[in-house]
Design a protein around this ligand. Structure first.
Ligand code: CP
Ligand code: NVA
Length: 311
């Protein structure tokens, strides 16, 4: 039997997302003071797309826990010459203890996970970005002392970031309002699953047309780039479609007085967010970035523990 746990989607944390957040908060308090629990453990990191935060946080995290990371560029691997994802998974599983994969296609991430005998971490694909949201919810918990019943407003592209945030917020018992232009709404099956979860918790997950309506009473206002990696050909068209969706001072003024501004980064000042907001006092974007390190450790430890327990 294959005893391992993968992190491919926010829903893979439906029973313990807040526990992982809390573990990350405790790890942050003792940044360099921990046992090398993952001594000699190796993380293989496949990146089909560029990365600053995900790569460096995962690599630093495993090193600080006593292990080591190997950065794998598909152009330098046989996968770049046609070796299958499945065979790559089987081979890497004979060498390494975890695999992280940043991929163009969520099907490839699922295929890798199905064929790997070690835990697989989705380091972003076209559908989700589950490791980022752990840092985001950690940041919200640090700022507000709780997560339950907070309101998260997401304004912009209904992309991988939006999908994972909506699912995560529903899991945590938060309220979510999304404003996205026609044709760029979040994934419908993720929306449905999140709405079902919210119903059980008496919270709400909704899509609205106007950014002003989405941010009303929000505790956190979140946006992401309008043009994700791989969508560069749509840049001109998307920038036109998203023109009314910028987070600026006047939109932030419609949220709660103590609302925070969030962005997974990298950001484009003057497009999805004004410089005055992202560089202003409500912005927590660099806390989110720092928390990628602490949450990367919490994720690795959680997957390792599940594996040792045979879950
Ligand atoms: N937020 C995030 O995942 O950033 P990178 O693309 O730099 O990893
Ligand atoms: N939605 C963005 C997130 C980058 C971290 C992208 O996929 O490019």
């Amino acid at each position: 039997m294959n005893m391992k746990r993968d992190l491919l989607s926010a829903f893979d944390m439906k029973d313990d997302l807040e526990d992982i957040v809390d573990l990350a908060i405790s790890l942050k308090k003792r940044r360099y003071d921990y046992d090398p629990v993952l001594s000699r453990h190796i993380l293989g990191m496949i990146f089909e797309k560029p990365s600053t935060r995900t790569r460096v946080s995962l690599e630093t995290a495993i090193e600080q826990l006593g292990g080591h990371a190997i950065y794998l560029n598909p152009n330098d691997m046989q996968i770049g010459r046609g070796e299958t994802v499945a065979d790559t998974a089987r081979v890497l599983s004979r060498f390494v203890d975890f695999i992280s994969y940043r991929a163009h296609s969520s099907e490839n991430v699922a295929e890798l996970a199905r064929n790997a005998t070690v835990p697989v971490i989705n380091a972003l694909d076209n559908k989700e970005h589950p490791v980022q949201i752990v840092a985001d919810f950690m940041t919200m918990k640090e700022k507000f002392g709780k997560l339950q019943a907070l309101k998260l407003a997401y304004v912009g592209d209904g992309n991988n970031m939006a999908n994972s945030l909506i699912a995560g917020a529903a899991i945590l018992g938060m309220n979510v309002s999304v404003a996205a232009p026609p044709g760029h709404k979040p994934d419908s099956s993720i929306m449905q699953r999140s709405k079902d979860l919210a119903k059980k918790k008496s919270t709400s997950v909704e899509i609205l047309d106007q950014p002003e309506d989405a941010v009303a009473n929000a505790d956190a206002v979140y946006t992401d780039v309008w043009v994700s990696m791989g969508e560069e050909a749509e840049k001109k068209e998307k920038e036109k479609q998203f023109a009314g969706y910028q987070i600026n001072d006047s939109l932030m003024a419609k949220a709660n007085k103590n609302a925070i501004f969030m962005h997974c980064l990298p950001a484009h000042r003057g497009l999805e967010v004004s410089a005055s907001v992202i560089d202003g006092p409500k912005s927590v974007v660099f806390d989110q970035a720092e928390n990628r390190l602490h949450t990367a450790k919490a994720i690795l430890l959680t997957l390792h523990k599940s594996r040792s327990r045979g879950q």
